[in-house]
Design a protein around this ligand. Structure first.
Ligand code: 3H9
Length: 699
């Protein structure tokens, strides 16, 4: 049987090599292996111990699959203390990533050497906890409180060179981690370097912890873990001994561990990794994509082209006229300039992209040789059909033909070609070079390798790709349309849009629905409403007319300076538009509605339950494959707070039977809007959760 920790003696150095692929997570076997390795080294009479990881990395952290389960000895903090207390000289050699508990093992070692490509960090706050194996006590002793607070509360990954500068690492040396580690340990022994235990160093100088705590809490929009971590660092400064600090760190770690926020964030971590793993794509090879085309160079098309260019793909951009093509190139150039400014792209690569990788075209003939086309023209079925009929004529056999439509029927678009199996939806979110979400929309006839190609392209563009089925709005926009309607209903019944936005930002959304509508452009929703009205709406639909009235007066939100809010040049965000209250009052009066008051909690609950109910329909109908696909969609495309895990994780934690009971109560007033999702009814009847459905694939 392979040993989780391999033991070897090289002269007077014991070498402990961790072997727990893929990322050497510090599960119980690995912890036991390290502990017995240290004990054996002490018995064997060596002078030093080298710890390193086999495979792609040093330890990437505690095994977060163990969170929430009964803890097993030795706990990581005890193991770290044991390593640090060893009378031998303990050296860690780092490659890959030393993250969380991994960096804590390294900090418990007496010296740390890393290869240049290594990264270190304490990202615990991103999985809803705090460093719990001495990280909050040792790091400030080593590098000072200010730097430690920044590292711990941001959770960022730090490159080896910067970590050396900060003093987290003692040395950076190129080479094989085992050889680098052995050479460094040898050097330390030869030069008589002392055993250096960070826990024995004096406590660091305190700062104004209350001020830091409050600022971080504010910045986190309700996320608690970074603020809890501040209190743990405070303990390192203020408690009488290192051991007292460790005890306090443990209490705070357990507080975070037992929170719903931890459950939400760990769910998000595994959901975003599971979302691209679809059983039907197992063993399916994506088609080769070496050059793509984008049709339409507006904001969306330019964003998609930028994203492809940044992923190293040459792009042909097709526009209707030379002037429009030049304007599209300017948009792309502005996007790329932004990437240079943010340090994401070097000037040389930027210049090469614009000179050699981007080709402008005004005729379909230019698309003959490309491997994949993304159409991003006006949202009109007839225009899309014409585009796809042309693509069918000019594109080479096997080319993937993708539409970026956000709600139109992909099967109908595919039917405009003689190769519907090559047609797929690739729904990017605006701005497409920034937003991480990609809905890969699968039509009735889309071939499996075309779906695999969509996912491969998303991966290459560093998107989080979610499989969606065909319906009006797919996963995200369909659910959005329902919770937006719920917000409109609450306005009709007495809430103000500004109260709703405040309640939802307090819940943790990046923005409330009315501020989002202003940002997206009120004309977009207006066009959708007009289309739906033209198609014929159910007479039981309750529609607010406030946004229509704003649009009729030429107010489309941020782009015109006025919408639900008024936007002044040079000022971030807007202030409530005073005219809106009157428009609402008129709308209510015309329908004979007497407004009532809503509490913020009631607003959040109704809004969330509208979202959950529609999401359950989307899963029940197979539009989303699993509940986690909905969660990831809302997290990456709709500003849903990550620490709540996504709407269906929220629903599981809030309790499905209570949610269903509320829907039934509210349906007494509006039976059309509040129709319970059959899947929700089924889960409640069977006493199951959405997460049970996520796990079906694992079984
Ligand atoms: C902590 O340490 C608490 C301590 O302070 C105190 C304790 C008392 N556990 O991401 P990838 C799996 S909190 C279990 O696709 P990459 C992952 O699910 C922890 N599993 O690769 C995936 O599985 P699968 C602090 C883990 O190269 C596979 O490994 N540490 C863990 O894109 C490959 O992962 C962190 O928060 C884990 N800790 O990225 C680091 N990590 O193949 C979390 C990964 O079945 N991890 N897996 O889908 C990461 O950030 C990235 O995984 C990493 C590699 C950068 C390491």
């Amino acid at each position: 049987m392979t040993q989780v920790v391999e033991y070897e003696q090289v002269g007077d150095i014991a070498v402990l090599a961790a072997n727990n692929p893929p990322v050497n997570a510090l599960g119980v076997d690995l912890r036991r292996g390290l502990q017995s390795g240290i004990e054996r080294a002490e018995r064997d009479g060596v002078r030093a111990v080298l710890i390193y990881g086999l495979g792609r990395t040093y330890f990437a952290g505690a095994d977060i699959r163990e969170f929430g389960k009964p803890p097993q000895d030795p706990w990581l903090p005890a193991l770290c203390n044991r390593i640090e207390a060893s009378p031998l000289l303990v050296v860690s050699a780092i490659h890959g990533t030393a993250l969380g508990g991994g960096l804590e093992v390294a900090l418990a070692s007496h010296y740390r050497v890393a290869v240049p490509g290594a990264r270190v960090g304490l990202p615990e706050v991103h999985v809803g906890v705090i460093p719990g194996a001495g990280g909050t006590q040792r790091l400030p002793r080593l590098i000072g409180v200010d730097a430690a607070l920044e590292v711990i509360t941001s959770g960022r990954h730090i490159q080896a060179a910067e970590a050396l500068e900060l003093g987290i690492l003692d040395k950076v040396q190129d080479g094989d981690p085992r050889e680098v580690g052995l050479a460094y340990a040898r050097h330390l022994l030869d030069s008589g370097a002392p055993r250096r235990a960070i826990g024995e160093m004096p406590p660091p100088q305190p700062v104004d912890f209350d001020a830091v705590h409050d600022a971080i809490l504010q910045k986190g929009r309700g996320q608690l873990s970074p603020a809890i971590a501040v209190r743990a660092v405070q303990a390192a400064c203020q408690l009488p001994s290192f051991a007292d600090g460790m005890t306090r760190e443990r209490e705070l770690f357990m507080e975070a561990l037992n929170s719903d926020q931890r459950k939400g964030m760990i769910h998000a971590f595994f959901a975003e990794r599971a979302v691209g793993k679809l059983p039907e794509l197992q063993g399916i090879e994506p088609r080769g994509v070496h050059r793509i085309a984008v049709i339409g160079g507006g904001t969306m098309g330019a964003g998609i082209a930028t994203s492809a260019l940044l992923a190293g793909l040459p792009v042909v951009l097709l526009e209707m006229s030379t002037d429009m093509a030049i304007a599209a190139k300017e948009r792309i150039a502005a996007n790329l300039a932004g990437a240079v400014k943010r340090g994401k792209l070097s000037q040389d690569v930027h210049d090469d992209i614009l000179e050699n990788k981007l080709e402008l075209a005004t005729g379909y003939g230019a698309l003959a040789g490309v491997d994949l086309v993304v159409e991003a023209v006006f949202e009109d079925m007839e225009i899309k059909k014409q585009v796809f009929a042309q693509l069918d004529e000019v594109c080479k056999s096997g080319a993937v033909l993708a539409t970026n439509t956000s709600y139109l029927d992909i099967n109908e678009i595919a039917a405009a070609t003689n190769r519907p199996w090559d047609v797929i939806g690739l729904h990017f979110f605006s701005p497409a070079h920034v937003m991480k979400l990609l809905e890969v929309v699968v039509g009735d006839q889309t071939a499996a390798d075309v779906v695999a190609t969509g996912f491969a392209l998303g991966h290459r563009m560093r998107k989080v790709s979610v499989r969606a089925g065909v319906c009006d709005g797919f996963i995200g926009n369909r659910i959005l349309s329902t919770y937006r309607t719920c917000a409109d209903h609450m306005v009709l019944d007495g809430a103000s849009p500004f109260q709703i936005d405040t309640a939802l930002t307090e819940f943790g959304f990046a923005m409330g629905p009315f501020a989002v509508a202003d940002l997206a452009g009120l004309d977009i929703g207006w066009a959708v409403r007009k289309r739906k009205r033209a198609e014929g709406m159910d007479p039981r639909t309750r529609e607010s007319h406030v946004a229509d009235k704003l649009c009729e007066a030429g107010h489309f939100g941020q782009k015109t300076g006025k919408g639900f809010y008024v936007y002044e040049k040079g000022r971030r965000g807007g202030t409530p538009n005073p005219d809106v209250e009157q428009l609402i009052a008129d709308d209510r009066a015309a329908r004979g509605i007497t407004p009532r008051t809503f509490t913020n909690d009631e607003i959040v609950r109704r809004y969330m339950i509208a979202m959950v109910n529609e999401a359950a329909k989307v899963v029940g109908e197979g539009i989303a494959r699993r509940p986690l696909d909905v969660d990831v969609t809302l997290l990456y495309g709709y500003g849903f707070p990550r620490y709540r895990g996504g709407p269906l994780k929220w629903a599981d934690m809030a309790g499905l039977s209570g949610i269903l009971a509320d829907i039934r109560t509210w349906s007494e007033q509006d039976a059309f809007f509040w129709q319970p999702a059959p899947l929700l009814e089924q889960l409640v009847a069977e006493g199951r959760t959405f997460d049970d459905l996520n796990r079906q694939d694992d079984a």
